[in-house]
Design a protein around this ligand. Structure first.
Ligand code: COI
Length: 360
């Protein structure tokens, strides 16, 4: 692997972040970038100012969807250290996504070092309030200029950084979700469990319809029978039944969320019964009717833990826990954000320090 070249543009003014950050509209000054060719492997590794890209109209990613990404977060802890949450798991998922659509593998250890360098350079952009973070968005896409349908030979990999707050306009308040069977997001044995850009494109129309009806997100059902709960597209879903917390099992069409995995581990450590299993729409509605549905929440890097206030399926509107966040969702939100911000011990080994020098 080549050395990283640095082209750093010093700032002429202090970084000023708005009081309310929102999600993904502000970017730091620099990115990490590298190129791939079969002859050279990954090369041209650089950290440089963000600039607009220019491509030939035949660039393959525009046509055939060879485009993947990740989403992870860095934090400034209460001890003024800079840390990244579960970075290894995100980078290995990126390699699994790459493999699924015939893209080259990245050297995870090298990319981690490059990411640490980038974050160190951009550390003034890391917000410090609870619920805020520096969102890290690695992307990879095929750049060959040819119209035949086959894997690109050449690729670009980039990492951009964005200071973020809450993902949803509701902030961290409970969201309303539309369960629908008019559209499906993914089918088993397809690419639903890879973080490909196309999965998100596939989700847009149904989400637009849900938004117009006053719902924040769509709760997707399985692609074959539309009988089982799958995921929310920007987050995985957890259901609190009477004596069990359940989440749809990873059948191949669901994204294996990193926050999903963290929540399962935190719940098991607390002694909860957590099952990854099929959850049918009928079971969900029956539990609701019988008062056995205690809470619903989503999990995701961007969404963190997002309580669900209402789930509607066809004519049936189900208000969960009187429209309030369940105590468990609140507890999990506090626990995971405390681990991320260093105010609770990281018993799970989820935290990677960016550099010792950053600490005071
Ligand atoms: C994330 O949670 O990081 C995601 O990738 C979901 C969405 C923002 C695309």
């Amino acid at each position: 692997m080549e050395q990283i070249t640095y082209q750093i543009k010093p700032r002429t003014s202090k970084v000023e972040l708005p009081a309310k950050l929102g999600f993904g509209a502000i970017f730091t000054d620099h990115i990490f970038e590298m190129d791939y060719s079969p002859e050279k492997g990954w090369h041209n590794c650089s950290i440089k100012p963000v600039e607009k890209l220019s491509f030939h109209p035949a660039a393959m990613f525009i046509h055939y969807g060879q485009s993947i990404f990740e989403g992870l977060k860095a934090f400034r802890t209460v001890n003024n250290e800079v840390v990244i949450f579960r970075v290894e798991k995100h980078l290995s998922r990126m390699n699994r996504s790459a493999k699924r659509i015939c893209m080259p593998q990245i050297d995870e250890a090298f990319v981690l070092e490059a990411l640490k360098e980038l974050i160190s350079i951009e550390q003034d952009w890391i917000p410090t309030k609870s619920g805020e973070s520096l969102y890290i968005r690695p992307i990879m896409f095929g750049t060959d200029e040819v119209l035949g349908v086959h894997p690109s030979k050449d690729y670009k990999f980039m990492i951009m950084l964005s200071p973020v707050g809450a993902y949803y306009p509701e902030g961290f308040k409970p969201v309303k979700i539309l369960m629908q069977d008019d559209y499906v997001r993914a089918v088993r044995k397809g690419v639903g469990d890879a973080k490909t850009s196309g999965n998100y494109g596939a989700s847009l129309l149904a989400t637009e319809i849900a938004n117009k009806l006053g719902y924040t997100q769509v709760l997707w059902l399985d692609g074959v029978e539309q009988k089982y709960l799958e995921e929310v597209g920007t987050m995985n879903i957890f259901i609190e039944f009477e004596n069990e917390v359940a989440t749809p099992k990873l059948t191949g069409s669901i994204l294996p969320g990193v926050t999903r995995d963290s929540v399962i581990q935190m719940l098991r450590e607390e002694g909860y019964t957590v099952n990854e299993r099929l959850i049918s729409v009928d079971e969900f509605m029956e539990a609701y009717d019988n008062g056995k549905l205690k809470g619903v929440f989503g999990t995701g890097t961007a969404a963190i833990i997002s309580p669900v206030a209402e789930v509607t399926f066809k004519e049936k509107k189900m208000v969960i826990n009187n429209g309030e966040a369940s105590p468990l969702a609140v507890e999990l939100f506090n626990k995971i954000t405390d681990i991320q911000r260093g105010s609770r011990p990281d018993n799970f080994g989820w935290i990677t320090k960016v550099s010792a020098e950053v600490a005071v």
